[in-house]
Design a binder for this molecule. Structure first.
Ligand SMILES: Nc1ncnc2c1ncn2[C@@H]1O[C@H](COP(=O)(O)OP(=O)(O)OP(=O)(O)O)[C@@H](O)[C@H]1O
Ligand SMILES: [Mg+2]
Length: 429
């Protein structure tokens, strides 16, 4: 662990995940200074924000050098897939996040499927295609529903679950022939449908060592009862008890250990967050996907559950000096409710004035996702997911109560949010 007040941190990103990372850094005794690029309105009120195109790796390294950053935390997937960590390291700057080789676990679904099958890690059977005719012929040999995925990054939109043969064929043609996802869909993965309940497991990894954060559950659909179109996430909670102690043991033995061993065997030194999306099926947990970074709503609930300083952990992962046995959690539960803008998940309206409460309920706070700060200190909506109403509680029910109490005190024109975040777990009890 570095000495107190020695880290000049630069956080890359502009969403709720990055605001949660900023709050953790501001609370850390290791932080000498912290800035963000490009950031959002809430972050601008708390730290210097620098304009930056996150897909410009050269400009990112130049910025980190210019402001004297000695530790960079990479929030989103795109810069990781472009090799920003490799470039920062080449410039002598330590960073949290996998290098290009490790980031492929998120950036290429066909690479990951082959990796999982090669290492006998439980996952749905799947095959890759670059041409339409063999893909359509393969579809005829499988049962419905069937899942068609663009190989590359597609901002969470590149997965189609087809319930009818015509839908499956249309999805294949849209990706391969019409290139609706551009080059991300020049190669596709067709995989079998997994039935069960989903959960996310986030690891902070340093080679073969890792810290497993409490299991969490996101809410992807825009409407109550999991209805309506998919979103970037309408809320999350942790711990998610669908991951029972038995499921957790199986995840460790059947998924985590062989994944980290497989990476090491293939010469990939993975450092950073490994997000494992699992489906808890009747036959046990299976991998749905890997991401190479924290989930956005999941990060907002997980970091506050750490008793151990998250910044120290990220730094230890990056230097290869991680000691998982020393990590402590707070107990209780955490929840975040996404407060979304009019029109989301379609084109969101921007520029509505936001009213935040002067006093927040205990252990609750607003996390900024898509906001803008003007010169007079007012916040305006500036994205689809505008704010996260976060709360920590001794129980999940208490956390949910405080988070909704906070949500009710926040106003902007067109604001909408789900009323059933964590309801599935609360109703199970
Ligand atoms: N084989 C499968 N069986 C059932 N559902 C699936 C399967 N694959 C994906 N899904 C569903 O589609 C969603 C998106 O799939 P996946 O996680 O692979 O895509 P993604 O675009 O990378 O997601 P994210 O934005 O979370 O990174 C999953 O969260 C899951 O609900
Ligand atoms: Mg993904």
């Amino acid at each position: 662990m570095p000495r107190q007040k020695t880290l000049n941190v630069l956080i890359l990103g502009s969403g709720g995940r990055e605001h949660a990372l900023l709050l953790a850094c501001l609370a850390s005794p290791l932080t000498a200074s912290v800035s963000v690029a490009p950031g959002n309105g809430g972050m601008a009120a708390e730290a210097p924000c620098h304009p930056l195109n996150l897909e410009d790796v050269g400009a990112t390294v130049a910025l980190a050098k210019r402001i004297g950053a000695n530790f960079v935390i990479v929030g989103p997937d795109a810069p990781l897939a472009l090799g920003v960590v490799d470039a920062l390291e080449a410039a002598g700057i330590l960073a949290y996040g996998p290098r290009l080789a490790g980031a492929r676990l998120e950036a290429s679904k066909t690479f990951t499927k082959a990796f999982l099958l090669r290492h006998k890690i439980p996952t749905a059977h799947g095959e890759r295609f670059t041409a339409t005719a063999p893909a359509l012929a393969y579809l005829k040999t499988r049962t419905l529903p069937i899942v068609i995925k663009a190989n590359g990054l597609a901002a969470g939109k590149g997965v189609i679950i087809a319930n009818a043969p015509e839908e499956a064929e249309a999805a294949v043609r849209a990706m391969l022939d019409e290139r609706i996802f551009g080059e991300s869909g020049a190669e596709i993965l067709i995989e079998d449908f997994l039935k069960g309940e989903e959960a996310s497991i986030m690891l902070m990894v340093s080679g073969r060592r890792y810290v497993m954060l409490p299991a969490s559950q996101d809410h992807k659909r825009v409407g109550d009862g999991d209805t309506g179109p998919n979103t970037g996430g309408m809320g999350a909670y942790a711990p998610a008890d669908v991951v029972t102690p038995d499921v957790e043991r199986r995840v460790i033995a059947e998924i985590i250990e062989p994944t980290l061993a497989g990476l090491a065997q293939e010469g990939i030194e993975y450092r950073g967050t490994l997000y494992i999306g699992i489906m808890v099926t009747r036959d046990g947990p299976k991998v749905v996907e890997f991401n190479a970074r924290f989930g956005d709503p999941e990060c907002q609930v997980l970091l506050p559950l750490l008793e151990t300083d998250p910044l120290a952990l990220m730094h230890d992962c990056a230097t290869g000096d991680l000691h998982p046995e020393n990590v402590r959690f707070k107990g209780g539960a955490a929840v975040v409710i996404t407060l979304a803008a009019e029109g989301y998940p379609g084109t969101p309206r921007k520029g509505d004035v936001i009213t935040l409460p002067v006093e927040t309920p205990p252990a609750a706070r607003a996390i900024h996702c898509g906001t803008k700060l003007d010169a007079s200190g007012k916040f305006f909506t500036n994205g689809g997911r505008v704010l996260g109403a976060f709360a920590h509680g001794a129980t999940l029910a208490e956390a949910v109560k405080h988070a909704y109490a906070l949500a009710e005190k926040i106003h902007f024109s067109g604001m909408h949010y789900r009323r059933d975040i964590a309801a599935r777990q609360l109703n199970r009890k």
